[in-house]
Design a protein around this ligand. Structure first.
Ligand code: T1G
Length: 732
């Protein structure tokens, strides 16, 4: 197999030192071009050039009647090299680069011999754009295609907004470019993006397809296709509809609108002018804070499993069977996670009645998936069979892990761990789903501390992606490695955190809620605060969120703390949530909380009673209520988060700023386009954030104390992300 690096006329000494990005080979009169840039064949500098050069060589090669472009390894080309985006700092540079790549794709498309992309794994972003510049596309049945740029705060920048609508029509292109989702091969073929799905060997099938084209109708250029957008009026109407829909779904992100604008330009102005608009819009996007945030998050999510002192090769146990203690909301959801992953699970409750009720809830949840078409009735039954209900510890000696999800009560959990230490094998992992309590105490009770760990799922546990993996003082590295791996198997995002009160997620949410409560006392209305946060991009505001989660949860934690003579540390305690708890207003589940809910409805209705309670609380604290702007609401709440996040980082309870951000994004739906609370603070500027903390201390009191790390970074011109990159470690 002959190797090829750059176009022959541009080879130089530098190129000789570069890896071989495209392999060139003639097989049965077909030039097979194999892109080889592990791990995902991203278009790193030099790759696009190498593909172009290889196509040119094939065009001139008398041995080749047709050309196939395929990827080496596990996937076709997964798009541009995302690391490269951070190096683009000037609009001119972006424009120049985009013009060059557009020209290169036209050059490829002008190949006089049939050029077929053979897709396995995924053709994403620039990968799909290269495939669309080929004359035909075939794919393995398991493959997928997508324009996921929007999830990086950008739009397709190599002609995707122009070629895609010409292949599949405006509505489908709009859907793909604004949602960014992967489209499976079968649907892509139906929609006209693919020309065939190959059963059996992909390369063999693609070569046969290419040869067939060389003896029939030859080449077909996507850019010349006008068929599907011939009905310009309908296509423009689809753009308008999509924009309208984005008002609900984009949550303040800009890139989805930018994608619509680029597609619309192509429909109105044709391929060439549309391409010019795409290049300009792409440049605006790639330089935006939104894109910087989403790129940071992309890498933060992939860094989360990397734990400095628990390297990748740390032995991990295979979890084949599991048990869950407690069949309440959390326990039931966790058992579903195991069953969904095909892991048989024992589900234990104290009474048959509680067990039956837990199982009925699980079945209802699955039934709802069936009615939404996400599961077949057969799958439901197959999954339910994996959950074995029990009221005894019989069978616990066989399981590899037990997740304890009993009521959030310290003594009860401690007693459960003592029991679990007795009834399970010595190598069985004992995991607690506590959201706040000290797992080192449970470790002691179990007499097997190295096997004890926290796995803190978020409610509803079968839906929410986040699991905080809580490292105790004596948790073994093998136990951590096993639980990180298990989280992936359960289709969750596991983030390692240290063992402090509330861990990372709940510790931060306490400060988030404190500020929301105090803003209420000071004069902002519940619905105003919620609306401000929704406008910022949160899926729901803090009060509506608490109505979903249950006001009783926090109230019981406060009750427990008071019972052991402790106070929560996040600042002045607003009494209103406790008053609501005493009134039995727990939120949606009781039909009233911060809002009222009509029977059977989840729509919050403003309740004047809350203003009465807020007035009373303000009077008790001697606060004069006043009108508060949305800007102040956001600044206060985000500053509270960043300041406490800084404490968490410096104390070592999270490994990196990115880990805190992933927790907040996955656990609470913090808007991805803002990156997470720590990246958001970096973009606001740490001197500004510090200035706010100091201002609030002067206005409101010493509970606003600047985090030492925030002070140091603000003084030195640093950022949370920069600091994290330099310093790794985690407290336990
Ligand atoms: N660039 C750089 N690195 C990438 C990368 C990329 N495009 N994709 C993945 N990686 C790294 C990743 O950081 C990780 O590194 C390793 O590869 C494995 O990834 C011109 C503007 C392809 C579905 O958005 O969706 O094209 O942590 O753990 O679960 O219009 O990676 O091992 O060091 O995710 O098997 C559009 C992003 C770019 C695709 C594979 N493309 N990638 O998933 O592995 S914009 C994307 C993915 C663009 C054009 C534009 C997934 C995957 P490390 P992984 P995976």
């Amino acid at each position: 197999m002959a190797g090829l690096r750059l176009r022959s006329d541009s080879r130089d000494k530098m190129a000789d030192a570069m890896p071989e990005f495209v392999h060139y080979e003639i097989r049965d009169q077909v030039a097979v071009l194999t892109v080889d840039n592990p791990p995902v064949n991203a278009l790193s500098p030099g790759v696009a050039e190498a593909i172009d050069a290889a196509v040119e060589r094939a065009a001139a090669d008398p041995e080749a009647r047709a050309v196939v472009l395929i990827g080496a390894g596990t996937t076709f080309v997964a798009g541009a090299d995302i690391r490269f985006f951070e190096t683009i700092t000037a609009r001119e540079a972006s424009l120049e680069r985009s013009h060059a790549i557009h020209a290169r794709l036209r050059h490829i498309e002008d190949c006089p011999k049939p050029l077929v992309a053979a897709i396995h794994g995924t053709a994403l972003g620039g990968g799909l754009e290269f495939a669309m510049a080929c004359h035909y596309r075939v794919a393995a049945a398991t493959a997928g295609v997508g324009q996921p740029e929007v999830s990086l705060g950008i739009i397709p920048g190599a002609g995707g907004t122009q070629r895609l609508p010409r292949l599949c029509g405006a509505p489908m292109a709009l859907e793909m470019c604004t949602l960014g989702q992967h489209v499976p091969a079968a649907r892509a073929a139906t929609e006209g993006i693919l020309d065939g799905v190959i059963e059996g060997d992909l390369l063999v099938g693609a070569m046969a397809f290419a040869l067939e084209k060389s003896s029939s109708n030859g080449v077909r250029k996507s850019r010349d296709l006008n068929l599907k957008i011939a009905e310009t009026g309908a296509a423009l109407a689809a753009c308008a509809r999509t924009r309208e829909g984005l008002k609900k779904t984009a949550r303040g992100a800009h890139a989805p609108y930018a994608a619509v604008n680029a597609i619309e330009a192509g429909i109105r102005l044709g391929f060439d002018e549309g391409s010019r608009r795409e290049i300009e819009i792409f440049a605006d996007c790639v330089l935006s804070t939104e894109s910087r945030a989403m790129v940071k998050l992309f890498f933060a999510e992939r860094e989360v499993p990397k734990i400095p002192d628990v390297p990748k090769d740390t032995p991990a146990l295979e979890i084949r069977t599991a048990a869950v203690v407690g069949a309440g909301t959390m326990g039931g959801g966790i058992a579903m996670n195991y069953a969904n992953a095909g892991i048989p699970v024992l589900l234990k409750e104290v009474t048959q009645e509680a067990l039956d009720s837990g199982l009925a809830t699980i079945r209802r949840n699955y039934q709802s998936s069936v009615s939404k078409g996400k599961m077949t009735p057969e799958q439901l039954e197959r999954t339910m069979v994996l959950i074995t209900p029990t009221v005894t510890y019989e069978g616990f000696e066989k399981v590899d892990i037990v997740t304890e999800a009993v009521f959030e009560n310290f003594d009860l959990k401690k007693a459960t761990f003592t029991e679990l230490g007795r009834v399970t094998r010595p190598d069985c992992i004992l995991a607690s789903n506590t959201s706040t309590l000290n797992i080192d105490e449970f470790a002691k009770s179990s007499s097997r501390p190295e096997k004890v760990i926290g796995t803190h799922f978020f409610s509803p546990a079968n839906v929410m992606k986040l699991v905080e993996i809580v490292r105790g003082r004596e948790t073994a590295k093998e136990t951590i490695a096993t639980c990180m791996k298990l989280a992936r198997k359960l289709n969750k995002v596991g983030v390692l955190v240290g063992n402090c009160f509330g861990f990372v997620a709940n510790r931060m949410i306490a400060y988030y809620m404190r500020e929301a409560y105090l803003l209420l006392e000071e004069g902002a209305r519940v619905e105003e605060i919620d609306a401000a946060l929704v406008e910022f991009g949160m899926p729901v505001g803090p009060f509506a969120m608490q109505d979903i989660a249950g006001i009783d949860v926090g109230a019981r934690i406060r009750q427990y703390l008071r019972s052991i003579g402790k106070e929560r540390s996040e600042g002045p305690q607003c009494p209103v949530p406790d008053w609501l708890f005493e009134m039995g207003r727990y939120g949606q589940k009781t039909g009233a909380g911060w809002y009222r809910y009509d029977a059977g409805s989840r729509t919050p209705v403003v309740d004047p009673l809350i203003e009465g309670l807020a007035n009373k609380a303000a009077a008790e604290r001697g606060v004069d209520r006043r009108a508060i702007s949305n800007d102040e609401i956001i600044a206060r709440i985000m500053t509270a988060l960043a300041n406490e996040g800084a404490n968490i980082l410096e104390e070592g309870y999270a490994l990196r700023a990115g880990d805190v951000d992933v927790i907040y994004v996955q656990g609470f739906g913090f808007p991805r386009h803002r990156g997470g609370p720590m990246f958001y603070a970096d973009t606001v500027g740490l001197p500004v954030v510090l200035g706010r903390v100091r201002e609030y201390r002067d206005r409101f009191g010493d509970y606003w104390t600047p985090a030492p790390l925030l002070e140091r970074l603000a003084a030195s011109g640093g950022t949370f992300y920069g600091w994290s990159a330099e310093r790794r470690g985690i407290g336990a």
